[in-house]
Design a protein around this ligand. Structure first.
Ligand SMILES: [Fe+2]
Length: 129
């Protein structure tokens, strides 16, 4: 939760908000050649994470910007107008990202096991009195 707190503080969340957050669920995925992860998000969660236990060199995760069909894309891409970005899946790397970010992986073309431990961080819901 230390990395989560660090990230959330930089996003502007206060300590009281962060202290009510916890890991809501956690799972593992084992994948191999021809496996892929269809683009998706994790609705209802604050932040999600992936810890790479074992990967191959070709493994990466892609994050997609929201698609707005009314917006004409610029002619040249730069860090301020990206529509996708890729991060290599490196063993012992922890990636944390806002849960509403659409992400996925392309089909793995070569043999090789990838093992990932993923989790979602959620916030306590207070009941209205
Ligand atoms: Fe995911």
């Amino acid at each position: 939760m230390e990395n989560f707190s660090f990230y959330m503080e930089r996003l502007g969340y206060c300590e009281d908000y962060i202290s009510e957050c916890f890991i809501g669920n956690m799972w593992s995925n084992i994948s191999n050649k021809d496996d892929f992860l269809f683009p998706h998000s994790h609705p209802g969660c604050i932040m999600s994470g992936a810890y790479y236990v074992k990967t191959t060199e070709e493994n990466s995760i892609t994050f997609y910007d929201q698609i707005d069909p009314a917006f004409e894309p610029p002619k040249y891409n730069n860090p301020l107008n990206w529509s996708t970005t890729n991060y290599p899946c490196v063993p012992a790397r922890l990636l944390m990202f806002r849960s509403n970010m659409i992400h996925g992986t392309t089909r793995q073309e070569e043999e090789g096991e990838k093992i990932v431990i993923s989790f979602n961080i959620v916030k306590t819901i207070r009941e209205l009195s």
